[in-house]
Design a binder for this molecule. Structure first.
Ligand code: 2RA
Length: 337
């Protein structure tokens, strides 16, 4: 397949190159697109040295698959022309996620939604990490309600967010100076910020509402009540999520553990006596979402469960999920068969 990555120099773009390589995606040619500022630079890739090209609508017309790691506005402006030119587009932005005729896909949950679509949306990182664990529990026990609190890493704001956390930490520790924020609204080093994206009229942030709307769409559970509190914390690239569910049928921690052990994309790490539970330090660079601290929630009687998730925001939350979608495209799946 002739594959292109648009936004190739960002944190997700770079990760896409790696993921395509290590999953041996059937690439006949890989082209990397970025702004004119980065064009001309040659970078090493698993498919050989590749020179970054300036993006233009004409330049991407010959691709079979375009993986977009760009802003929503950029995706809205350019994805339709790519699709019209015959390119299959997998878009990492929020531009098309809630559009009825665009599948929003986490392959472990709703791969069938891809069908013959030529524009497929990759979910928000927080959503992807959540539903990969939530859907198997929903299938096994039913879900009545979901309450999530997130602990989101700097990488959610891209390479600039990661650089800002590093710079701020240095300023505090080495120079003893209170840092000033640029990418984030407030300094992130040695802080937590209970705001990710803009506030909505209902008092939730857009990030929190993305978790609600996107999870409902991916699981095909439009009426499932979900509440989310999204918080930025000073970690580098793993989002953690504390999840409480009320199930329709009784659930026990052992039964939930067994379901999650069998779930694709989930790794159960749950031996509190040994100090084993999901942590960003271990989930970094891992494809699977770690699940642990699985325990009964007494508020909901026999039907309550609490658990904790950690997932690499740049992998399952972005690049890995996008490549997993690409692997399920009919033309790619045919080649692999
Ligand atoms: C964040 N979920 O963590 C957003 C980015 N996709 O900021």
């Amino acid at each position: 397949m002739r594959v292109g990555i648009v936004g190739a120099t960002g944190a997700v773009g770079r990760e896409l190159v790696d993921v395509l390589g290590r999953r041996a995606f059937p690439v006949t040619s890989l082209r990397l697109f970025a702004s004119a500022r980065s064009a001309g630079t040659t970078v090493k890739t698993p498919f050989g040295p590749t020179t970054i090209e300036a993006f233009s609508d004409a330049a991407v017309r010959d691709l079979d698959i375009a993986l977009l790691a760009v802003s929503g506005d950029f995706a809205k402006a350019h994805a339709p022309a790519m699709v019209a030119a015959g390119v299959t587009v997998i878009d990492n932005s929020s531009a098309f996620r809630l559009q009825d005729d665009v599948p929003l896909v986490v392959p472990e949950v709703n791969a069938a939604a891809i069908g013959g679509a030529r524009l497929i949306a990759n979910p928000n990182c927080t959503t992807a990490i959540l539903v990969v664990a939530l859907e198997p529990l929903r299938q096994a026990f039913g879900l009545k309600r979901v309450i999530v609190s997130t602990y989101q890493a700097a990488s959610g704001a891209g390479a600039e967010g990661m650089a800002e956390l590093e710079r701020e930490s240095r300023r505090v520790l080495v120079e003893g100076v209170k840092p000033e924020a640029d990418v984030f609204r407030w300094p992130l080093a040695f802080n937590v910020i209970p705001q990710i994206d803009a506030f909505q009229a209902n008092g939730y942030t857009r990030e929190e509402m993305k978790v609600v709307w996107e999870s409902q769409k991916i699981m095909g559970a439009a009426d499932l009540p979900i509440s989310c509190t999204a918080v930025r914390i000073p970690t580098m690239r793993v989002h953690a999520e504390a999840v409480t569910i009320e199930t329709e049928r009784p659930v026990t921690p052992d039964a939930a553990r067994e379901v999650l052990r069998r779930a694709a994309g989930v790794k159960v790490v749950d031996d509190p006596a040994q100090g084993l539970y999901p942590m960003p330090i271990n989930a970094t660079g891992q494809d699977d979402v770690e699940a642990g601290r699985i325990r009964a929630n007494p508020v909901f009687g026999d039907c309550g469960l609490d658990f904790f998730l950690c997932g690499d925001q740049l992998l399952k939350g972005a690049a890995l999920n996008a490549v997993q979608i690409a692997e399920r495209l009919p033309a790619v799946a045919r080649k692999a068969a």
